[in-house]
Design a protein around this ligand. Structure first.
Ligand SMILES: [Zn+2]
Length: 178
C-alpha cells in the first residue's frame, strides 16, 4: 500500500498569524520614519476571518498617559468601536510581549488569543519593563486566553534596533538608564 503523502504546508493558523504579524510590523515600522518613532504596535483581528478591526501604536508620550501602551489602546479603541465590553472572537497581535497591565487588559477583554513578537527581555535592553511573563499572568487568571510567542521575534525586535528608533531612544526620557 502506498504511503500517505505527507503534507508539507504549515497549519492555517501559522499562515494567518504570519500575515497578520507582518502587517502589524509594517504598520509599526511606518512610525520609524516620523518624528515620534515607536517599536510598540498592536492590532485587533477577528480570529476566524482574519479581518483587521484596528491597529494602534504606543501613545504614552503623545497623550501624557503612562497606560497608553499599544495593546491597552487597541483594546480600548476596539471595545468603543464595537460598543461592547467583550472581545471574545478576536485576537490581539502585538510587536512585543504584553506587560502585566496589557496582558491583564487582554484577559479582562476576553480576547481569544494574544500573539506577540519580541519578548519583555528584548524590550528591556532599551526600555524599563516589569518582569512578569505574559503566560504567567494568563495562567493566574480565571479567564482563558491563548498566549503565543515569541513569534517572528527577530522581525519585531528589528523595530527596536532600527537606527531611527535608537536615535529617538537616546533622546527619550523613558529610556532605560544603564
Ligand atoms: Zn503594556
Amino acid at each position: 500500500m502506498a504511503a500517505r503523502p505527507v503534507t508539507k504546508r504549515p497549519p492555517l493558523n501559522l499562515i494567518k498569524d504570519t500575515e497578520r504579524m507582518n502587517a502589524l510590523i509594517a504598520f509599526t515600522a511606518r512610525s520609524l520614519r516620523t518624528d515620534t518613532p515607536r517599536p510598540f504596535g498592536a492590532s485587533i483581528v477577528k480570529t476566524k476571518t482574519g479581518k483587521t478591526l484596528l491597529q494602534a501604536l504606543n501613545n504614552v508620550a503623545q497623550e501624557f498617559d503612562p497606560s497608553a501602551h499599544a495593546e491597552v489602546r487597541a483594546i480600548r479603541l476596539a471595545t468603543r468601536r464595537l460598543k461592547q465590553l467583550s472581545l471574545a472572537g478576536y485576537t490581539l497581535y502585538t510587536t512585543c510581549e504584553p506587560c502585566p497591565m496589557c496582558m491583564s487588559a487582554a484577559l479582562w477583554a476576553r480576547l481569544d488569543r494574544v500573539v506577540y513578537g519580541a519578548t519583555i527581555e528584548d524590550a528591556n535592553r532599551h526600555f524599563n519593563q516589569i518582569q512578569i511573563p505574559a503566560t504567567e499572568v494568563a495562567a493566574r487568571s480565571d479567564m482563558r486566553c491563548q498566549v503565543v510567542g515569541p513569534f517572528l521575534r527577530d522581525d519585531c525586535y528589528a523595530l527596536f534596533t532600527h537606527p531611527d528608533m535608537q536615535r529617538a531612544i537616546r533622546h527619550s526620557s523613558t529610556r532605560k538608564r544603564k
